[in-house]
Design a protein around this ligand. Sequence first.
Ligand SMILES: [Zn+2]
Length: 115
Amino acid sequence: MEKKDKEMEALAAEIISGMKDWRAQNPKATFAEIERETMKRMAALQARLMAEIACDSEAREWEAGAGPQCPECGERMKGVGKHKRKLQASGGSEVELEREYARCPACGAGFFPSG
Ligand SMILES: [Zn+2]
């Protein structure tokens, strides 16, 4: 199994145990409150999973020579490795990701995929 899959499993396990702790601290929580708390925590996992899936296809395409087009000169850009980047997910959670970063071989412009 890949390292990032393990990280995601750890995140899921953290949500489950975190919800159990939260329930223990909030024994009188209503169903609506439980739902809200669960969704808030799940949003972090959802954002992470979405980003992982997006990054995977990105990296594969770029390796195959189908990098994004340079916004400056129109040359085909090349993936030059991963850079850390923060992404805002719905529900307000922030996820730090390693995104593929591209550079233009012709003019040197850099490119981070959006979203
Ligand atoms: Zn360029």
